[in-house]
Every structure is written in structure tokens, then in C-alpha cells.
Design a protein around this ligand. Structure first.
Ligand code: NI
Length: 475
């Protein structure tokens, strides 16, 4: 309603004003708008920056709208999973509507009494998105209001849970195991009363505040480190402490995350050998991929490459070498488009173009597929007549571009048996990590196999076309 009104008002003014030959005012108007938008965008960037460190998945989408009296400075993620993205948009709309209602109602009553001018308010929304190995995304929204130029010190936190593999939301209650709140209560009480600076500031009635049924433990995020809890400003400590967060390691919560899912019921293991599948996306690249292949060749190890059709055309020799070393060579689309945003016809065209590139380089079609961004929906599944492989450990190598950071992710991921590790074949840092990783894993007793080999050996299953082998499968 509001934006339309403003736009039509602007259009009318521009029309009227340009008829009079007086364009200075109209450009002045839009200049003011532009200035306001720039100002809000800058404020947004400062606000969002606080959360960027923990945006582990999805693509940040920014919305900056300047309107009178209410403006919006919003950031939320796009995951590429259709139903999840729809739900996230719905959540953002709910937050907007609640904000509108709060400020418009406040204005009405105030205006009636004092006949004073409207309150101008801005809604700021930022997020953190935590991704765990088994495809669970915890989405944390941080909401702050600014009224008449004053930013409230209070930030509202809401957390939502999603299974990206299954493209669905999961209610928090379903994720809390027996004694979840009891363990969290015991841990936080002990931690905050024995650790500086918390022990100095915690309110005297903390035992009541942190009781298992006090409602403070049903808002949490799952991270790779543990269960993350947020405590609001003034909730347990004086305001100067701000929002306090605490991650409780899973061991201390006593049991592992259990995401209810049909395919967590695995068939009995067919091989007792410890196996890991290394996978490399986005290549081939003559420098980085060849360096990775040098390492694999030296140690007699195998990996799976998910190559892009247009690069297969450009570097066919690298692809041939991947296949010659016994590696699995899969498709990662022609040029990395998000398949969940394409029509069936577009997907089909991409699949054919990619297959032609593989045919030319290898004399055969790719046999397995990994969607760009891991983005998969029913439409994608229907169009892909190959097994669809995701991963269970994301090294975030594209982000760190640092061999040590990549190794740290893997070495701190616990038991790697049956896991599929995601890296990218285009960074020298990933190749450097591989040079250390391959002998390290072999030293730990792991056999390095392709994803298809891993599925057959560990699950006794022949990979099926159009089936998604996702995060929970590779546990
Ligand atoms: Ni990719």
C-alpha cells in the first residue's frame, strides 16, 4: 500500500513539475530519497556487519526501503531451497507487519491525544545462519527498532530451524532431546557463576531465571561447536553486558543432535573399513586441480570431482586425468546456475549442454551430479537422471582460502568414517590442504574412496538416479 502511494505521488509530482518546466524540485525530491536510501544502507551495513561472521550458509539479501513514517533495513538469507526460502520470506513479512502495527498504533493513539507529528521509525533486521554437518540450518534473526533517530538498545532475537536437505522447517520442540533444558540449565548456572566477567554481574536470582522450565532454553541454535543459547539484555546481567551468548558443547548436552528424518535409519554397515570421500567442486582448474591430482596419484587415493561443463570444454586434459586416476567425475552443471530457480526446460537444456562437454572430453556422460549451491527441489530431482550427491562436512574452503583453516575444520569434525567432505578444485589453498590431508587421513586408517564407492561399501546400496544423498545420509 504505502510504497505504491509514494511511487504514484512521485510520478505525479514529476509529471506536474516537468510540465511546468520546473525540474529542479522534482530531482530535489528524488535526490532526498536517494540520500536517505544511501544513509539507511550505510546504517544497515554497520548493523549487519555484527552478524556476518556467522552467516555460514545462504546468500545475504538486502532490502532497504525509505518510507515515511516507517523505513526498513533488512537482511535475510536465500538458501536456494524453495520451501525454506518461501518460509524465510514469510517470517520477514511477519516481522515487518508486527513492526508496522506497533508503530502505526502508537502513532494513532498519540496523535489523537497530542495531535503531534508522526513518529518516524526504522526496522533493522540482521541474521546469523549456522549450518551443521547434517544439513541443519539454525537461522537467528536479530531485530532492532529506531524511533525518531534513536536506536533502541533492545534487540529481539528469534530462531528458526530448517533441514536444508529435506527443504523444510523443523519446530524447535522436535529438536530438544530428553534432559535438554535440564542439562543446559546446569551448565549455564555453573558457567556464569564461575567465569569472569559473568560471575561478577549475574543477578542474585539466577537459579530461578535459569531453571530448566524458565523458558530460556527453548531458543537455541545448533552450531558445529555445540548448542548456542542467547540471553537478552537485562535478562541475567546488567545492561552493560548487552546480549550474552553461550555455546554448550554437545558432549555436555549429553547426546548428539537428532534431526527426525526417515533416512537416518541406516541399513547395517557393509564394510568395517574406515572410509572418507573427498569431493572437489567448481573445477577443473589446470593449476589447482592438477596439484590435487598430483597428491592423489602420489598416495594412490581417489576423490570425486564435480566439474562445470564450460570448464570441461576449456580444460579437457585435466578432466581426462581425473578419470584416468580412477576418480569419479560428476557434473556440477554447465556454468553454476542455481537450478532451483530454473524451469524444467532450462534445467534439461543445461544437462544436455553439460553432457555434450563431458562426451567430448571423456567419451561418456557424467554419471553423478551435485547441484550448484546444493540447491535441490522436486523440479531439479525430476530432471536429473543421475544420483545427486551433497556432502556432510563443509570445509568452507572458498571462504577461508587457507589450508590450515580447511584442515582445522576436518580435524575437529570427529569421526570421519562415511563422511563426504566438500572442497573446491579451483583454489591453491584447497590443493595445499589436500597435500597434507591425504597422508593424514591415510595415517588415521581411512581409505579415500569416491562417493559412489562409499555408498556401496558403507550402505550396501547401489546409487539410484534422481535420489538425493544428503547430509544425514553421509553420517
Ligand atoms: Ni559450486
Amino acid at each position: 500500500m504505502k510504497p505504491k502511494r509514494i511511487i504514484s505521488f512521485l510520478l505525479i509530482s514529476i509529471l506536474l513539475l516537468s510540465c511546468c518546466g520546473c525540474s529542479a524540485t522534482s530531482s530535489g525530491l528524488s535526490m532526498l530519497n536517494r540520500k536517505k536510501i544511501t544513509e539507511l544502507t550505510q546504517k544497515g551495513e554497520t548493523y549487519w556487519a555484527a552478524y556476518q561472521e556467522h552467516q555460514e550458509t545462504g546468500e545475504a539479501t538486502n532490502v532497504v526501503e525509505y518510507q515515511k513514517p516507517l523505513s526498513y533495513v533488512l537482511q535475510y538469507p536465500k538458501t536456494g531451497c524453495a520451501a525454506v526460502d518461501e518460509r524465510i520470506k514469510g517470517i520477514v513479512t511477519d516481522i515487518r507487519n508486527a513492526f508496522d502495527q506497533e508503530f502505526l498504533q502508537a502513532n494513532t493513539s498519540e496523535n489523537e491525544i497530542k495531535n503531534s507529528k508522526e513518529t518516524e521509525a526504522t526496522l533493522y533486521l540482521g541474521y546469523e545462519a549456522y549450518l551443521t554437518d547434517n544439513d541443519h540450518m539454525s537461522l537467528v534473526f536479530f531485530e532492532t527498532h529506531e524511533a525518531d533517530g534513536v536506536l533502541s538498545p533492545h534487540t529481539r532475537i528469534q530462531i528458526f530451524h530448517f533441514d536444508l536437505g529435506e527443504d523444510m522447517e523443523i519446530p524447535a520442540e522436535e529438536l530438544m532431546w530428553t534432559d535438554f533444558a535440564k542439562n543446559a540449565s546446569a551448565y549455564t548456572q555453573k558457567y556464569f557463576t564461575t567465569t569472569e566477567p559473568y560471575s561478577k554481574g549475574i543477578f542474585g536470582n539466577y537459579a530461578t531465571l535459569l531453571a530448566p522450565d524458565g523458558g530460556r532454553f527453548d531458543r537455541f541454535a545448533f552450531t558445529t561447536e555445540g548448542v548456542l543459547f542467547y540471553f537478552d539484555r537485562y535478562d541475567l546481567f546488567p545492561g552493560s553486558y548487552g546480549i550474552v551468548s553461550l555455546t554448550i558443547p554437545y558432549e555436555d548436552m549429553r547426546t548428539k543432535i537428532e534431526v527426525p528424518k526417515a533416512d537416518t535409519l541406516l541399513p547395517p554397515e557393509k564394510s568395517n573399513k574406515k572410509m572418507v570421500a573427498l569431493t572437489y567442486d567448481d573445477g577443473p582448474n589446470p593449476i589447482a586441480t592438477n596439484a590435487i591430482l598430483d597428491t592423489l596419484e602420489q598416495y594412490g587415493a581417489k576423490a570425486t570431482f564435480f566439474d562445470l561443463g564450460h570448464l570441461v570444454e576449456r580444460y579437457p586434459d585435466v578432466v581426462k586425468r581425473e578419470a584416468a586416476l580412477g576418480c569419479e567425475v560428476g557434473s556440477h552443471s554447465y556454468d553454476h546456475k542455481n537450478f532451483s530457480k530454473l524451469t524444467a526446460a532450462q534445467i534439461s537444456a543445461d544437462v544436455q549442454k553439460t553432457a555434450a562437454a563431458f562426451q567430448k572430453a571423456l567419451g561418456k556422460d557424467p554419471s553423478v551430479f551435485r547441484p550448484p549451491y546444493g540447491a535441490c527441489n522436486d523440479n531439479v530431482k525430476k530432471q536429473i537422471s543421475m544420483p545427486i550427491y551433497l556432502w556432510s562436512i563443509d570445509t568452507l574452503d572458498w571462504k577461508s582460502r587457507n589450508a590450515k583453516a580447511i584442515l582445522d575444520v576436518i580435524k575437529t569434525s570427529g569421526d570421519l568414517d562415511g563422511k563426504v567432505i566438500l572442497m573446491h578444485g579451483i583454489y591453491t589453498s584447497s590443493a595445499e590442504a589436500t597435500a597434507i590431508l591425504v597422508p593424514y587421513l591415510q595415517g588415521q586408517g581411512y581409505e579415500l574412496v569416491t562417493v559412489s564407492e562409499l555408498i556401496q561399501a558403507k550402505h550396501g546400496e547401489i546409487p539410484a538416479n534422481g535420489k538425493i544423498y544428503g547430509y544425514s545420509y553421509f553420517q
